[in-house]
Design a protein around this ligand. Structure first.
Ligand code: BGC
Length: 724
């Protein structure tokens, strides 16, 4: 592995699924899986679209739509298709250049005693979001007649069934057009294809077919382009201009766009090449799924690697990815928050549907904000029956996570305009939801949050989950601060909120916040300490079947085993508010009980480990989160449901660990502090941060912190004002 290139020098059919995610290309509008040009649905080819959803017939849930594949290409020689998944290859190489967002492959097939080499390079343009391009080259060591078939393949991967009806096809000499309509809402999708470099072709079934007499050692090369359009992009199609620009010009501008992205987001680690690549790879993944140009969609929990988790956005975005965006690309961060504002009506509908008031954001959010999470989200592997899960109706912390994230964005960027752009209304609706959801206990003179699920999904319907209560308490405080801010900055706008808010003050003051016990441990929820004292290792020995679901009424529910960081997640989010002793006590207490059954878990343990000076564990968990999509070693099934793909929350967690954990970046309303504790094997760590309009360049070595770019903002190092 080179510093910017992920590569594989061999082929094994069992890796097809894993490599589809590992070698993913994308630009925020669409993701293109790391499959071979000749692959089809069977090998999980997908052009996965952000923010474009549909319900397939007979399906239980809506999911994101995969577009037909305009880069499909296959060579036929001696009547045999050169398909890597079916025909043994002499050699095979696949690579992803994460600096430039370029995928390549080189495969040598042997047919009738002739070695035929297929080389291909492709990219999904970071400069023109609807466009992708492919350069394809065939050579042989002896003369041979081949047929090249290239066009649009309708046969792409769909998890829950067919999403598209085809309403119109057009095929000209070097141009193909496929118009589609989604089966549920009849939304339009258009896929275009054009190629350059083939003569004497015939067009059939959306394929250009050319017979070529290939001369020994002579290259046969062509390029082709794909265009994918839906929603607003249908109004502005410029495909012939894009094609006329030519492959090399498109590639150059694409590389330039990536250069710009890396200028702000690269993190340079000296002394540890493996960690360097893993961290850059994590950043690459965040950038290929970021909504660069729209506030109409969130980031799916599996990025743009496919339809897993319905293409929906979870709390993953606000709590794991947003820090990266608000510090490196505030436009994307604002788009993500505005998307929540835009889906507020859906959150209000959800609250109402469940008999609540205010705004209860979707656990799994698609384009409208209505919850895509069903009541039966897991299938029991013993009975094959859907299991009632309470993720949708009880994971209430989501509304507080969003309020928290919005305020964090305001404080780091210094841009408070989101508040008067729907943000304050969103906060109001969320807090009204919590206030009316809570139970006031007169004898204790406090509000409690009962019947909820915290981050640890193995324990459903618990009372006073510490993470949830603390998060909601902060959201309550934030709402009051935001009210004051708007009152000062925009009195005209404030008039709308000049209403009786005494309930909000009372709630913020009296909401119960679980406290550490005499050993310093914060109980995860009421009664957690009374559960059976069992660790995941022991629980595993009790399993009757592989992939048995531990949540619901399953194995973990009556024990102390937890799915993912919960109290430790809380200590990570509110790291300025708990002492090192409390963090240490809780980290050490909860770590043995944590299964890390979610990819969201490791980074919280890594950051808190860094905080308490446990750098070995911090490093171990950092590498776990940063390599999750390189190794592909994650849970692939939840019950019988496939949950593979990329893991953007863990990717965000890798950045968070490096910057918030190892570099020790934290902030208050007006001051950014840097208190580094680098892993022993790192010589230095350098990165950029946007802080209140300043673009800071920070370099940390063993005995020095150097910061450039401070103009008006306040920055401290280990609590002391930074001086050059
Ligand atoms: C985790 C959730 C997470 C979801 C999507 C689940 O397995 O428990 O916390 O939001 O995956 O990543």
């Amino acid at each position: 592995m080179k510093n910017w290139v992920i590569e594989k020098n061999s082929f094994d059919a069992v890796d097809i699924e894993k490599h589809g995610s590992k070698f993913l290309l994308g630009n925020g509008f669409m993701g293109y899986r790391g499959t071979m040009e000749e692959y089809s649905a069977e090998q999980l080819v997908a052009v996965n679209l952000a923010g474009f959803f549909d319900l397939a017939e007979n399906s239980n849930w809506r999911e994101s739509v995969n577009a037909p594949n305009p880069l499909y290409t296959v060579v036929v020689a001696d009547g045999i298709e050169l398909n890597l998944s079916k025909l043994e290859a002499g050699s095979h190489y696949q690579s992803l250049d994460i600096k430039n967002g370029i995928h390549t492959r080189k495969t040598v097939f042997n047919v009738a005693g002739v070695n035929i080499t297929v080389k291909a390079e492709r990219f999904v343009s970071m400069a023109r979001e609807n466009i992708m391009a492919l350069k394809y080259c065939v050579t042989a060591d002896k003369d041979i007649d081949i047929t090249v078939k290239t066009g649009i393949d309708k046969n792409v991967w769909d998890i829950s069934g067919k999403h598209l009806n085809y309403i119109f096809e057009k095929q000209d000499n070097n141009y193909l057009e496929l118009n589609c309509e989604t089966v549920q809402l009849k939304n339009k999708l258009k896929v275009l294809e054009a190629f350059v470099g083939l003569d004497n072709i015939k067009n059939e079934n959306l394929l250009h077919i050319a017979n070529i007499s290939l001369k020994a050692n002579e290259e046969f090369e062509f390029v082709k382009f794909g265009g994918v359009y839906h929603s607003e992009s249908l109004e502005n199609i410029n495909f012939s201009n894009d094609v006329n620009a030519g492959y090399e010009a498109l590639k150059n501008e694409h590389i330039k766009a990536w250069e710009k992205i890396w200028q702000n987001s690269d993190v340079v680690i000296e002394g540890d090449a493996v960690a360097q690549l893993a961290l850059r790879y994590s950043i690459y993944h965040l950038c290929i799924i970021a909504p660069h140009n729209t506030d109409k969609c969130g980031i799916p929990a599996r990025g743009l690697s496919g339809q897993v988790y319905k293409g929906a956005a979870f709390w993953d975005t606000e709590m794991f990815m947003l820090p990266f965006f608000q510090f490196t690309d505030s436009k994307v961060a604002r788009n993500l928050l505005k998307y929540r504002v835009n889906t507020l009506e859906g959150a209000k509908r959800k609250a109402k549907l469940l008999g609540h008031e205010g705004a209860f954001f979707a656990w799994e959010s698609q384009e409208t904000g209505d919850d895509a999470c069903t009541l039966f989200n897991v299938t029991d592997i013993f009975t094959n029956r859907p299991l009632r899960t309470y993720f949708m109706d009880k994971q209430i912390h989501i509304s507080a996570d969003i309020v928290f994230a919005m305020w964090d964005y305001c404080r780091t960027t210094g841009d408070y305009t989101i508040l008067t752009d729907g943000g304050l209304e969103l906060m109001y609706q969320c807090m009204w939801f919590f206030y009316t959801y809570s139970a006031f206990k007169p004898h204790k003179n406090r509000y409690e949050l009962l019947d909820a699920i915290g981050p640890d999904e193995y324990h459903e319907r618990v009372n006073n989950n510490a993470f949830t209560n603390v998060m909601v308490k902060h959201a309550a405080d934030i709402f009051l601060l935001a009210i004051d801010k708007v009152k000062d900055d925009n009195p005209e706008y404030f008039k709308e909120f000049n209403i009786d808010l005494s309930w909000a003050y009372d709630f913020a003051k009296k909401l119960y916040v679980p406290q550490p016990n005499e050993k310093g441990i914060i109980e995860q929820f009421d009664g957690y300490f009374k559960l059976e004292d069992v660790t995941p290792e022991i629980l595993k020995t009790r399993e009757l079947k592989k992939n048995e679901y531990w949540g619901g009424h399953g194995l973990a529910s009556t024990t102390m085993t937890l799915k993912q960081a919960d109290v430790v997640m809380m200590l990570n989010v509110f790291r300025n508010e708990y002492s090192k002793e409390i963090k240490k006590a809780n980290w050490e207490f909860y770590e043995p009980y944590t299964e890390h059954g979610s990819s969201l878990s490791a980074c919280a343990y890594a950051i808190v480990a860094a905080e308490i000076g446990n750098t070995d564990w911090a490093y171990k968990y950092f590498m776990k989160t940063a390599t999750v999509d390189l190794t592909g070693d994650t849970k692939q099934y939840l019950g019988s449901q496939y949950i593979g793909g990329t893991h953007p929350a863990a990717n965000g967690g890798a950045w968070n660990t490096a910057i918030l954990g190892f570099a020790g970046v934290s902030f208050t309303n007006d001051t950014l502090d840097i208190s580094p504790r680098l892993p022993k094997n790192w010589d230095s760590l350098a990165f950029k941060l946007n802080w209140k309009g300043d673009k800071l360049g920070i370099k940390i070595t063993a005995n020095q912190v150097k910061i450039e770019g401070i103009t008006n903002s306040k920055v401290t190092v280990y609590g002391e004002e930074y001086k050059k």
